[in-house]
Ligand binder design. Sequence first.
Ligand SMILES: [Zn+2]
Length: 467
Amino acid sequence: MENSCDVLITNASAIIPGRGIIECNIAIEDGKIKTLKPSENSSTSKRINAGGKYVLPGAIDPHVHYGVYSPIDEAALTESRSAAIGGVTTMMRMLRLYDDNYRAIEKQLRASKGTHYIDYAIHASILKSEQVHAISYLRNKGVNSLKIYMNLGADLNHIYMDLEPGEHIIKDREVNIDDLLLSSIIEQGAKEHSTILLHAENPIMCSEHIHQGKEKGMTGLKAWSDCRPAQSEAESIAKASNLGRKFGANLYFVHIGSNAALDAILAERQKGNANYYIETCPQYLTHTYDFDNITGKVVPPIRSKSDTQSIWSALRNGIIDTVGTDHVANRLDLKIGKGDIWTALAGFPGIATMLPVLIDQGVNGGRITLERLAEVTSYNTARIFGMYPRKGTIQQGSDADLVVIDVDLEKRVTPELLQSYSDYTIYDAWKLRGWPVLTLVRGKIVMEDGHVAEDALGHGEFVQRHS
Ligand SMILES: [Zn+2]
């Protein structure tokens, strides 16, 4: 029927990238947006009054690690639940598998089905030369983006793999991304039109500094930052960009949080012949190495006050394309290691706090507009990773992935509030003003007022991306 729909959201102030803030009613049918102008007397089985609140296109987190400290059949449940709390409707998993042909992804896909509250997509890490030939296989699976860990080499060459479904013992493997392997992945990735995600750091430089730092007895997050210098990021950015230009690749630099890294990418962008995208993470906007807590250990490290200011300005003026979280679903007992900066694990959770932090510090802090928020958390991400216009906007025919936010709602952050597998957060006890109050994934309510709908477990679907 013309005048009917499954869900009708009334009194919405929709934030639509490119169009601004539009007062509308949103009619949803079969999980998709049917129209933004339904007639007043539309019949519907469910009516939601947004009460004039802002409605964002559902956030897409392009950078999520889950399935490493608990297997995906368990991690999907806890981390997609946490995502729903934070208004994230699609999570992009950084998958690390070690088999030569990447066929082990099949098991991961099977275990992902029925275990997610929200939609999910996958980036595949290419960790050794045997896996380069799997890139076209991955593309056929709808995995159209690759991750390269340039930071792995020298004596910094150990990294945890994703667990097999049901497996519980953490799996450490050796990875060495040498220049030859780097070049062959970028060449093959460009040929297959995959987006290439780069963790740009130079392990040889970092390793030397870390040895010296340990000898000198350096401690704390400032030491961590000094021993993984931003110059090492800049150098790796230049190296990858040279190859990117040679092969005409789509390069996406993950977790950029320093002035030097930002400047290096801007210099490369001028030279053309490749696409250069920049992602930052909330922690590079909110934390400096003066944060006196080992839970803030991450790679690349959180930096100085001047770095955070540059990152805010780049986020505001369009230089930075996306915000991802680099969410790592680990727990405090493992995280802190022996209690010192050298043995602590890198990475921490963040998927549930991305939007609240950006609303509180960014929008309410007068640093970015709501429209810019929608661009960096959804629209740009969907476009870069081949999901637009199915996702990333609010328009007729798009998936009804929507987040109603209350920009005045204040909550004090606790790990319990965030409902992740992780039992800590770097925002513990922060009072954040501006929270999602309703999360819909393809028209289904997944979270309402901080409560995740149990009947939405398994609603999340794998988003295949082809280009
Ligand atoms: Zn990461």
